[in-house]
Ligand binder design. Structure first.
Ligand code: NAI
Ligand SMILES: O=C(O)[C@H](O)CS(=O)(=O)O
Length: 471
């Protein structure tokens, strides 16, 4: 696989391997780009920006539609690449390609709706005109858990807005991103519009973060790295969008439809083997229904099949690496050591190089346990009970994170009033799968800043200018 800078396929002397997380099988070696390539990419993107920003909305939309169609036509191929490098089940990978593509189709339309304004002036001899202009060269740094969607969720609005892009995908999952960029060039991307580098994250990002020609950073990943990049953005005052960690509460009120709540728990917890930033992480279930809910959830969890993502029957693949595996086991063991009980699951596969963990439910969980205070990022369901709603909301909000929360109730006034009290950017109300390209995805507090998707998503790549006209 090649990286692409200024429309050219580039190889480097040094490369690094990409492995299949299910068996550590070598899949490919990709360029280990460094400072020189990172600088070349900025040159290319900056040069291309001075052309791309003058394209019409229709021209940008037509390019995005062509890219969309090529991705649509290559769904099976892209999904297989993703499953092999990331481990998620093929059916989920196909779903992600469709989800990733929905951002391209959404912003192919939004490109044509970048409206300005005129504002009535306070003086008769003035006219006030508001315009939106592209922010410039965008650095996009993305995580391994959604190797396609996290690319298009940034690149599509940036291009629609008239920007050019520098992409650094996660080292664990570069192959999907490289293939997406290949297809973008088949769709007619001009040289320098989309540049993608694989290599040492710190080396590449240090070049981009210190170059004032890079005017925007869009990052998705851990809060720790997000904070680091936010600091590095200050020297050149880059505009920044950060989609960071989560620690979603999942609250079940006594009047909830328990079948809906169980379906919502499965959807919000086990997608990508629990490796999504909006996965439910802490379950708060009213004491009057906690036993029934737990039994129903146990039956649903025990029906999930753990295995090779290439097997169409598989529901849960391996975790991405040893570190991810060890973190989930640590959370599980800490909870049991402090009094939690395993309802089902509880086993990992300790054989070397295997990162499987059985989907696990813990009951009698208390708020002091690690799994209730850290993002587990794995197939673990810690269930704590509550007696009154206000304490449940208070405990749900008691975290530095504020990305997604889930609430199940059939009482509409409780649904609305309690959703309003949840300090989260996303609330799944009787819904375990809130993500959609039409919705502004993003968090409060240390879960990040800015929004991706929805009408707000393109604003991240636009500057607002007003022209004061003397008449
Ligand atoms: N809010 C959201 O939408 C999402 C948040 N996340 C969060 O990210 C974490 C898991 O994803 P990871 O890929 O492990 O996160 P990560 O933060 O380690 O890596 C994300 C990206 O940042 C790069 N990176 C790592 N260290 C860097 C540095 N010092 N300078 C510049 N770039 C650097 C990586 O190469 C990768 O491309 C979890 O905490 C998860 O919650 C992940 C996906 C989506
Ligand atoms: O990386 C993630 O966890 C995604 O942002 C979640 S989603 O948008 O795919 O739901």
């Amino acid at each position: 696989m090649n990286i692409v800078v200024d429309g050219e396929n580039i190889q480097t002397e040094k490369t690094f391997p990409v492995y299949n997380p299910i068996n550590q099988e070598w899949l490919a070696s990709v360029p280990d780009a460094g400072e020189d390539e990172a600088k070349r990419a900025v040159e290319a993107a900056h040069r291309a920006f001075h052309n791309w920003k003058h394209t019409t909305a229709d021209e940008r939309s037509v390019f995005l539609q062509r890219w969309f169609q090529l991705i649509e036509d290559h769904t099976d191929e892209l999904a297989e690449v993703m499953t092999r490098e990331q481990g998620k089940p093929l059916k989920e990978a196909r779903g992600e390609i469709g989800y990733a593509n929905s951002y391209i189709s959404w912003f192919a339309e939004e490109a044509k709706r970048i409206y300005g304004q005129t504002i009535p002036a306070s003086k008769p001899d003035k006219r006030i005109l508001i315009q939106k202009q592209p922010v410039g060269v965008v650095a996009a740094i993305t995580p391994w858990n959604f190797p396609a969607a996290m690319i298009t969720r940034k690149v599509a609005p940036a291009i629609a807005a008239g920007c050019t892009v520098l992409i650094k995908p996660a080292e664990q999952t570069p192959l999907t991103a490289l293939r997406l960029v290949e297809l973008a060039h088949e769709a007619g991307a001009p040289p320098g519009l989309i540049n993608i580098l694989t290599g040492d994250a710190e080396t590449i990002s240090n070049v981009w973060m210190s170059d004032s020609r890079v005017t925007k950073l869009s990052f998705t990943g851990s809060t720790e790295v997000g904070k680091l990049l936010m600091k590095k953005s200050a020297d050149t005052m880059k505009r920044i969008s950060l989609e960071l960690g989560g620690q979603a509460p999942f609250i079940v009120l006594p009047d909830a439809d328990l079948d809906k709540a169980v379906a919502g728990a499965i959807a919000s917890k086990f997608r990508n083997a629990g490796q999504t930033c909006i996965c439910s992480n802490r379950f708060f279930v009213h004491e009057s229904i906690v036993d029934t809910f737990t039994e129903k959830l146990k039956a649903a969890v025990e029906a999930l099949k753990v295995g090779d993502g290439m097997d169409p029957e598989t529901d849960i693949g391996p975790l991405i690496d040893q570190g991810a595996y060890e973190k989930v086991i640590k959370h599980m063991e800490d909870a049991v050591d402090n009094g939690a009980e395993i309802v089902t699951g509880g086993a990992g596969d300790p054989s070397e190089g295997s990162f499987f963990i059985q989907p696990t439910i813990l009951k009698n969980v208390t708020d002091s346990m690690l799994c209730m205070n850290e993002e587990t990022f794995g197939p673990l369901v810690p269930i704590a009970s509550f007696s009154d709603e206000s304490s449940a909301i208070e405990r749900a909000n008691d975290t530095p994170f504020g990305l997604a929360a889930y609430l199940f109730t059939e009482n509409i006034s409780k649904a609305l009033t309690l959703s309003e009290k949840l300090d989260y950017g996303i609330v799944g109300l009787n819904d375990g799968s809130p993500s959609a390209a039409q919705a502004p995805f993003g968090g409060f507090k240390e879960s990040g800043m800015g929004r991706e998707g929805g009408p707000q998503g393109i604003e991240e790549y636009l500057e607002t200018k007003y022209i004061s006209l003397g008449v």
